[in-house]
Ligand binder design. Sequence first.
Ligand SMILES: Cc1ncc(COP(=O)(O)O)c(C=O)c1O
Length: 310
Amino acid sequence: MSDEDWSAGAAWMKGEIMPVGRAALPVTDWGLTHSDITYDVVHVWDGRFFRLDDYLDRFEESLRKLRLIVPQRRDDMRQILHAIVARSGLQRSYVSFVASRGQPSVPGSRDPRLCENHFYAWCVPFVWVFPEDVIERGAHLLVPDHIHRIGTSSVDPTAKNYHWGDFTQALLEAKETGFDSTLLLDAQGCVTEGPGFNVFMIKNGRAKTPRTGVLEGITRKVTMEICEHHGVPVERSNIQFEEFLDADEVFVTTTGGGPVSVTKINDRVFSNGAGGEITTLLNQTYWQWHNDSTMSEAVDYAREAPGVAV
Ligand SMILES: Cc1ncc(COP(=O)(O)O)c(C=O)c1O
């Protein structure tokens, strides 16, 4: 990828739109040195942002929870996101927007109040959290017994964050033992989430997803609406791993792919190794809802001339 390749994506930083390969942070930025950063990810599908207001709501909540203050208001952010996607020309895109603590005005200071918080955004071609062949056969997840999701009083999972230490160690084990990804339990043995996704179980036609200890995923929210639309009872409640393993169907939800079937967890096989019936229905409806113009907004690709600043 060349640094000037717009088809690889675009970024907005300090008032300038640039090819994504040129976007960079100072090495002293606390976003890098302390993971002191929040972000959100929305997707553009066939030239339209899906449920952008839900993502902006969650991002504003994350800013509030982490006490990050950036100069951009909600409308500025919306405009920036539209502008980078338009400039990239990408019709299907993974669009990330970020607020970092920045760096202190007094070099070396440990006082977060001295940091100038800043906003930036970037978009790249759509990212599938699971490759399409894995979506086809259903994901295989490893639940390790010795790595737990970091406690919620240490890192609030509802403020979307870059604290991936637990996930990365578990992912390494998962990949080395033939699994596609991982799902972590909390210290009490309840199911939480995985790197990039929430989880659901279906038992006797009823859906359940963990209530606490997880990011409030937008795909999880949309999937709960879809459950209601199809008359599938759905509840948020904490789920012990034994109960989860007893499910008829299991699936994950992510902006990077929608509801995706899980056909194996450790050595337990679900839905006879094929996608479950309810999961398939939820997945189909999720993508159909992308054609509903009340849930999406169009990118104006003609508007964005090269080099226009926002
Ligand atoms: C830890 C975690 N949980 C859940 C999700 C799913 O959230 P969403 O549906 O908003 O993509 C993500 C998405 O990146 C995530 O990182």
